[in-house]
Each structure stands twice: as structure tokens, then as C-alpha cells.
Design a protein. Structure first.
Ligand SMILES: Cc1cc2nc3c(=O)[nH]c(=O)nc-3n(C[C@H](O)[C@H](O)[C@H](O)COP(=O)(O)OP(=O)(O)OC[C@H]3O[C@@H](n4cnc5c(N)ncnc54)[C@H](O)[C@@H]3O)c2cc1C
Length: 386
């Protein structure tokens, strides 16, 4: 019998398994599909502190950035997951936006975020191919990037204490006098000391198996991928950092169901440029939306005019696991002892995966977690009684 069953082999489940095994626990990870076959395989790999308002999520992000760097150093290359601590550049379209951005950066610094103001005439030093006319920006050296599918696969393999079973669906939870004691699966029952719900956007469905509610909903996002670009004459890529406009921060925090787009542009090690991402709540509809892709493309060209001559080779979409207060659900569920949650990270589940795994492992072993988990409680939502 494993100490822990983790439901979900996405980035968050992989990080939970990694940190629990590092603590000496035996872990079985179950996924009804494949490793990174959920949202992890259909998003981007930004590890951002820049896009978060001060508060509990930013505290998670600051620690998680550090953990990503440690994990990457431990993995080394080859064998790593394309961790690039390249930094993020947020640009402002007007003086008024620049004032708001600078004010936000000042508040973020109090949470441990490093920020560097960038004057309009300095922007080209960071990004020589950026469009002219921006009022200035802020550079965030902690922002980084990983390849999420590689990262999930590599973390799952790191410790011998982790057993992975793909193609295995959890269809029920084993319960004994209100306590969760294991999982019922398409391949039989697996009793376990604890069960971690890392089912991402399907986290609410898994919670329901224990008779508890989690209001996790899909928030769709499209990504455009360009053809691989060759390095510029100076040997550097067209886009050197993660680059986005200040409007992105507002979009991320918005509660609107309607369509929102603000391009985030970044180069990958394969030479492609990723242009993300839209946000809209339309259920699990995968229908390709040309108007959304056109809008993303237009915004990206607005940042880097040279992209107008570059072909987009594909587009894909994924479903962010969205909670109404934009915070993930992390920790033990007091309504169903034995059940722990690690889901609902919306558009930050890659960035926040290591800190989530670490905090869950701390809970599982009874150690004191590095951060207060109260803001992420599973029973914080209205009508959350079992
Ligand atoms: C367009 C887009 C761009 C994004 N960009 C970023 C970004 O730049 N940075 C960032 O940090 N985040 C980003 N995100 C968000 C990020 O991708 C997610 O927050 C993250 O992937 C969630 O990971 P997860 O492991 O919780 O969920 P998932 O990767 O979805 O994994 C959950 C797994 O659970 C499995 N599962 C579900 N139910 C069951 C069951 N009953 N039995 C067995 N298995 C089950 C599924 O098969 C799935 O593999 C983006 C998302 C989108 C859509």
C-alpha cells in the first residue's frame, strides 16, 4: 500500500509526487490519460512573479521561482527541462500606464520581487526588435521559463519511490467512516495512507467523489506558435525575454467571462516563438477561433513588428483550472480527512507547481509548511459544506 496516491500526472501532480518522495514517502501517481496530457501539455511554461499583485499568490510565486531554479540546477543539462531564467520585460503603452506599472512594481518589491525600471530610451537595450513608442517598462529578473511537459516527465522519474500508472482512471474514493482511505480505479482498488487531488481543471469532479465541492471551472486559452526562427546576426533570438504589455496583468486578474487577449511573447529553445494567450470562459469548447488567433497575432506584431513576416505554424488551446478568487486550492480538506488538494492554479500552475508540491509534502509528513496555507483552504468558498 503506497503512503500517497496522487491523482493526475500533470505538472502539479508531478511536483507533489517529487516532493513527497523526497521526504521518503512511497507514492503512486495515477492518470487516466498520459503524463502532461491535460492542461500542462496545452499551455506555456512561464514562471512569473511579474504578473501578480502582492498577496498570497505572489508569496507562492516568489518561493516557487527559487524552487524551479534549484530543481533545474539539480537536473543539470542534458536531462533538464529547458529552464531559462531570462527575466520578463513588461512594457507600458502610455505615461499613465507606466505610472501604474511602476507603482505596482514598488508594492511587489515588498514581497521579495526584484524590479528594475526601464526608461523608454533603454527598452531597445533589452529588446532591440521591440516596436518604438512605448513609454517605458519594468524588468523582472526573477521571471523564468520551463518546458512543462519535459519538466513533469522528468520530475516523475527523479525518485525511485514514485510509481506511475497512466491509463488508469480514478472512478471513486475508498471511504471508511468519513475518511478517505484510497482510490477506486478502472484497474481496481488502491488503498493508500493519503490521496492528493492534482486533477487540475477536473479537480472539482475528484472532490465530488468524496462528497465535497470545489468550484473549479475551465478558462480557455489559445496559443499561437511561429515557425522556428534563426538567431539574428548577433547570435541572439528575435525575442530575448518574456515580453508583454501592462494590460496583461489586468486580464489575468479579471473575473470576466468574456474574451480577453493581451499577448505574451517569448522564444523557446527550439527557435519557435510562443504567442499567448487569450482568456475566456466557454466551458470545454475546443473549436478553433480565428478571430482570437488574429487578435493575438496583431498584438504580438504590435510588440515585435518583425513578427509580421513570420509564419504561424500551429495553434492550440487548453483549459486553465479557474477558481472564482483566482487562488489555487492547496492542503488537507477538513471535510474529508485523508484527502488533500493541489489544484485550481488557473494560469499559473506551471510556475506554482514546485511550491505546491513542497507545501503538500510538508502537510503529508506533519512538518511546518514554509507559508500559511489558510488563503488556499478548500472550504473557503461559499456553500462549501460537505
Ligand atoms: C493557454 C494557456 C497558457 C498557460 N500558460 C501558463 C504559463 O505560462 N505559466 C503557468 O504557470 N501556467 C500556465 N498555464 C496554466 C497551467 O498550464 C495550468 O495551471 C497547469 O498545467 C495545471 O496543471 P495541473 O497538473 O494542475 O493540471 P493538468 O495538467 O490538467 O493535470 C491534471 C491531470 O489529471 C488527470 N485526471 C483528471 N481526472 C482524473 C481521474 N478521475 N483519474 C485519473 N486522472 C485524472 C488528467 O488526465 C490530467 O492529466 C496556461 C494554461 C493555458 C491553457
Amino acid at each position: 500500500m503506497p503512503d500517497v496516491v496522487v491523482i493526475g500526472a500533470g505538472m502539479v501532480g508531478a511536483a507533489c509526487a517529487y516532493y513527497a518522495a523526497r521526504e521518503g514517502l512511497s507514492v503512486t501517481v495515477l492518470d487516466r490519460a498520459s503524463v502532461a496530457g491535460g492542461t500542462t501539455g496545452s499551455g506555456e511554461g512561464n514562471v512569473l512573479v511579474s504578473d501578480k499583485e502582492p498577496g498570497p499568490e505572489l508569496d507562492l510565486a516568489v518561493l516557487s521561482c527559487r524552487l524551479w531554479a534549484e530543481l533545474a540546477a539539480e537536473a543539470g543539462e542534458p536531462g533538464g527541462f529547458e529552464h531559462e531564467p531570462k527575466g520578463g520585460l513588461v512594457v507600458a503603452e502610455s505615461d499613465e500606464v507606466l505610472r501604474a506599472l511602476t507603482e505596482l512594481a514598488g508594492r511587489q518589491e515588498k514581497s521579495g520581487v526584484a524590479t528594475r525600471p526601464v526608461a523608454a530610451d533603454e527598452l531597445a537595450r533589452y529588446e532591440p526588435h521591440l516596436a518604438p513608442g512605448f513609454a517605458g517598462g519594468v524588468f523582472y529578473p526573477q521571471d523564468a521559463q520551463v518546458q512543462p511537459m519535459l519538466a513533469a516527465a522528468r520530475l516523475l522519474r527523479r525518485w525511485p519511490g514514485v510509481a506511475l500508472r497512466t491509463g488508469t482512471e480514478v472512478t471513486g474514493l475508498l471511504m471508511d467512516r468519513g475518511r478517505v482511505t484510497g482510490v477506486r480505479t478502472s484497474a481496481g482498488d488502491i488503498p493508500a495512507g493519503a490521496v492528493v487531488n492534482a486533477a487540475g481543471v477536473w479537480g472539482g469532479e475528484v472532490a465530488a467523489l468524496a462528497g465535497v465541492t470545489l468550484p473549479i471551472m475551465p478558462r480557455r486559452g489559445f496559443i499561437l506558435v511561429t515557425e522556428p526562427l534563426t538567431a539574428r546576426a548577433d547570435g541572439r533570438p528575435l525575442v530575448r525575454h518574456k515580453v508583454y504589455t501592462a494590460a496583461y496583468v489586468t486580464n489575468v486578474a479579471s473575473d470576466s467571462e468574456g474574451l480577453e487577449t493581451s499577448a505574451v511573447v517569448e522564444a523557446t529553445q527550439a527557435g519557435t516563438v510562443l504567442i499567448g494567450a487569450s482568456r475566456e470562459r466557454v466551458g470545454f469548447d475546443r473549436t478553433v477561433s480565428l478571430p482570437v488567433l488574429a487578435r493575438l497575432a496583431r498584438q504580438a506584431v504590435g510588440l515585435f513588428p518583425a513578427l509580421a513576416d513570420v509564419r504561424a505554424i500551429r495553434a492550440y488551446c487548453g483549459f486553465r483550472p479557474y477558481c472564482p478568487d483566482h487562488l489555487p486550492v492547496i492542503g488537507a480538506d477538513p471535510r474529508a480527512p485523508g484527502l488533500y488538494h493541489a489544484c485550481g492554479h488557473e494560469g499559473a500552475g506551471i510556475g506554482l507547481a514546485p511550491v505546491t508540491g513542497l507545501l503538500v509534502a510538508r502537510h503529508l509528513t506533519g512538518a511546518v509548511p514554509e507559508l500559511d496555507l489558510a488563503p488556499f483552504r478548500p472550504d473557503r468558498f461559499a456553500g462549501a459544506a460537505a
